[in-house]
Ligand binder design. Structure first.
Ligand code: UDX
Length: 456
């Protein structure tokens, strides 16, 4: 049949809202479904409960064109569409590293039970390998006997801050477990991307599930690799940023995701590598468990290293020191503070008796809800005013490009810890700052470098 496919998207969080808007942009009629009525009402007004460039305007535009609507009525949405994307969350289980699959199970069962005609159910959530096969059983139990219901897996690789762009222009389309009927339907959904040359990888269900977690595990491994090498660079008086440039020219290595610093956080990488560890353990794949444990451990150690650096810079104690923390989001260009290394460090210093003031260009309000005991400033100047030490913990452009002379006039002491290896060291030094960083000799103050050189 050549009638245009109609799409429902179950779950309108980060993944679902973006996917729904992108599908409308591609010309499909899309219904976004969520059980939270206030979320639905907000989305209908084009309001998105998180910071994602381009998404609110895309949603407003397609709510206005009528291509995109939102509802809490799952059954009606399913009956009015042909392809159903499952985009609900898979949070970390409250009592273990396993993924909590409650929402995926419930949503899949509800979609299957609501089918009024043939339907393709497409899982997009990040799940432990083996989940999709189990969901297939749920579908065959719950779907009415008269309809053809099929479940396939189609992982999503979007990055926060680039979500719309990544969804409209994916690097690849992965489809797991599709029959010819299902593959034909999904080819129509992704026609624009496929026509522009984006590769389609059609594989079995477990491979599709594992592609997603392996991609994230590899990215996490790259970051922990360079952070381990950063530690070696410090001991050997080498410079990790120059080293990363040099090894990155080898196309087999590649320069991206080789920035040493405070390490990774956010709603995906930490949770996904822990879920992978857990699932690999269940399946007896111990090399994967060991590797991911090391990646996680190196990553968490970076936070302690920045805390130690701060203590050293202040002569051993942060008690009663005024600490300006620049950055709260887990990375720049987002207001997401889930598992944020920056806030983790800020909270640890607060517990040690420092007077911490946090400033972030976007994440102040979300950070304030999660860590209400920290103080928050409305702008960079008020954050650093009278500070004994300044910590740069998220590499926003506003901090990279800040004028160290202007900031130097506001602080009590010109001490800076560059937790993201993102400041121009010499410019800050020339403006009279003592610079502490990770992964290079210039990370220690000049006197220390000089005395080390004399000792050698
Ligand atoms: C990630 C994956 O990139 C994406 O493909 C997947 O779908 C979801 O998880 P995201 O969580 O948005 O996306 O963040 P990402 O841009 O990957 O950054 C992750 C973390 O790694 C951030 O905390 C960032 O600061 C850190 N990072 C990144 C480094 O410490 N060094 C680097 O070189 C790169």
């Amino acid at each position: 049949d050549a009638a245009p496919l109609r799409i429902s998207v179950i779950g309108t969080g980060y993944l679902g809202a973006t996917h729904a808007a992108a599908m409308a942009e591609l010309g499909f009629d899309v219904i976004g479904v969520d059980m939270d009525p206030s979320k639905i009402a907000a989305l209908e007004r084009g309001e998105v409960p998180f910071f994602e460039p381009g998404l609110p305007s895309l949603i407003s535009r397609h709510v206005a064109t009528g291509k995109l609507s939102f509802t809490t009525d799952l059954k009606a949405a399913v009956q009015a569409s042909d392809v159903h994307f499952i985009c609900v969350g898979t949070p970390q289980h409250p009592s273990s590293h396993a993924a909590d699959l409650r929402f995926v199970d419930t949503a899949t069962r509800a979609v299957a039970a609501s089918l009024g005609h043939d339907g393709l159910i497409v899982g997009k959530s990040t799940v432990p390998v083996g989940t999709a096969a189990r969901l297939r059983e749920i579908v065959s139990e719950a779907a009415p006997a008269a309809v053809h219901a099929e479940l396939v897996w189609n992982p999503e690789f979007l990055r926060e801050g680039m979500a719309v762009e990544d969804t409209l222009h994916p690097d690849r389309v992965v489809i797991g477990g599709a029959s010819p009927w299902a593959e034909e339907r999904l080819r129509r959904v992704y026609d624009a991307a496929l026509a522009s040359g984006v590769p389609l990888i059609s594989c079995d269900l477990p491979t599709a599930e594992l592609v997603k977690v392996s991609a994230n595990a590899f990215l996490a491994t790259k970051i922990s690799f360079i952070n381990a090498i950063a530690g070696l660079c410090e001991k050997a008086d080498a410079d990790v940023a120059v080293l990363a440039d040099a090894i990155g020219y080898d196309p087999r290595i590649g320069r991206r995701f080789l920035n040493a610093g405070l390490g990774f956080g956010g709603g995906c990488l930490p949770k996904d590598i822990r879920a992978l560890m857990h699932r690999a353990g269940e399946l007896g794949a111990y090399s994967a468990v060991k590797l991911m444990q090391q990646v996680d451990e190196i990553n968490m150690d970076q936070r302690q290293r920045v805390i130690d650096l701060t203590l050293r810079a202040l002569g051993g104690s942060v008690l009663n020191a005024r600490v300006a923390v620049l950055g709260a989001a887990f990375k720049p260009d987002t207001d997401d503070v889930r598992d944020s290394p920056a806030l983790n460090v800020a909270a640890a210093l607060h517990l040690r008796g420092a007077m911490v003031t946090v400033f972030d260009p976007a994440a102040g309000p979300t950070a304030g809800r999660l860590y209400p005991t920290l103080s928050y400033a409305d702008d960079l100047e008020s954050a650093v005013r009278s500070a004994d030490i300044v910590l740069v913990l998220t590499e926003w452009d506003e901090f990279r490009n800040a004028d160290p002379t202007r900031l130097g006039a506001l602080v009590e002491r010109r001490l800076v810890v560059d937790g993201r290896n993102c400041l121009p060291v010499e410019t800050w030094r020339d403006a009279g700052w003592e610079y502490w960083g990770l992964g290079h000799t210039s990370g220690a103050p000049r006197e220390l470098v000089a005395s080390r050189a004399r000792a050698a």
